[in-house]
Design a protein around this ligand. Sequence first.
Ligand SMILES: NC(=O)c1ccc[n+]([C@@H]2O[C@H](COP(=O)([O-])OP(=O)(O)OC[C@H]3O[C@@H](n4cnc5c(N)ncnc54)[C@H](OP(=O)(O)O)[C@@H]3O)[C@@H](O)[C@H]2O)c1
Length: 321
Amino acid sequence: MKVAVYKSYGPPEVLTIENAEKPTPGDDEALVKVHASSVNPVEWYTMTGLFIARFGNGIFKPKNTRLGVDYSGIVEAVGKQVTHLKPGDEVYGARNGAFAEYVCVKNHIYPKPVNITFEQAGGVAVAAMTALQGLRDHGRLQPGDKVLINGASGGVGTFAVQIAKALGAEVTAVCSTRNVELIHSLGADHVIDYCKEDFTRTGQHYDLFLDIAGSRSFRECRRVLTPKAYFVIVGGPKGNKVIGALSHVIKIRVASLGASQKVVFFVADFKREDFLLLNDLFNTGKVIPIVEKTFPFEKIADAFRHFGTGHARGKIIVTMV
Ligand SMILES: NC(=O)c1ccc[n+]([C@@H]2O[C@H](COP(=O)([O-])OP(=O)(O)OC[C@H]3O[C@@H](n4cnc5c(N)ncnc54)[C@H](OP(=O)(O)O)[C@@H]3O)[C@@H](O)[C@H]2O)c1
């Protein structure tokens, strides 16, 4: 089978497609023929060799040469202890090394909602989980809350706008001019074009600020926060080669010392019950995964190049079939 590998840290050119042995599922695993996966910042940072990421994966060159987390596909075989899945089932979920024609999955494997495509399902796990947990768990979103989403048009943002609406919020979304129409169509109540208007000077106040883009300082963002608001840091500019977006998190943490607002940074965690909740949102049509572009497996480096511009519109998908 074909797998994407990187044998040194660097730009997308380090990615190549190689042949590897097709895996055999263990007794408690399913063998999935992968249809699609997607590019997330975690793969970008791992591939480029962000310094802190190297501590876990080799300082000079990667020990684990495989990438990819999100996947969708079809079950081809199951181990003898697996009773809830059978060959032919359409599934999606999360599994390390998902940029491959086959993966063996034990834990995060769920039925693919019938009303979304394999391409859409292949871009769900990291981005949708992050949006859901950022809003509901870390931002303590309550129905009727006024929520501002900065960075609404990317992978996490397009899920966040729709999930916030599904949870009953009044949503204000910040994106660039070319994405205004898309974000309106996802149900945002108000859209602010950051190329034309400074969202920190609108005079509005929000109960929850989901900061995906990390484009502004805490001092600026604080102008639009209610005194008891939650300010949830999801990410920030890629910039720093040593600690990446963490430099932004540190700056916000320091600047928010003594503030009345609750400032939270979190890393999303795959949870079975949250995948099932996402499935409900997809099945009822409340959330639709937005795919900007799909690249065939052999063009995976182009998918990373496109993602690396920092202006993805929804998800960037790689297909293996
Ligand atoms: N904490 C976690 O567990 C977790 C998990 C996943 C991702 N993240 C972080 O979340 C961030 C976003 O991830 P992603 O997958 O959504 O990335 P993405 O798909 O590349 O999206 C980036 C988005 O940022 C927008 N953007 C760029 N500059 C902006 C600005 N000045 N103001 C407002 N929006 C701006 C872009 O829209 P325009 O083209 O309109 O500018 C683009 O849509 C990354 O920093 C990532 O590391 C964190």
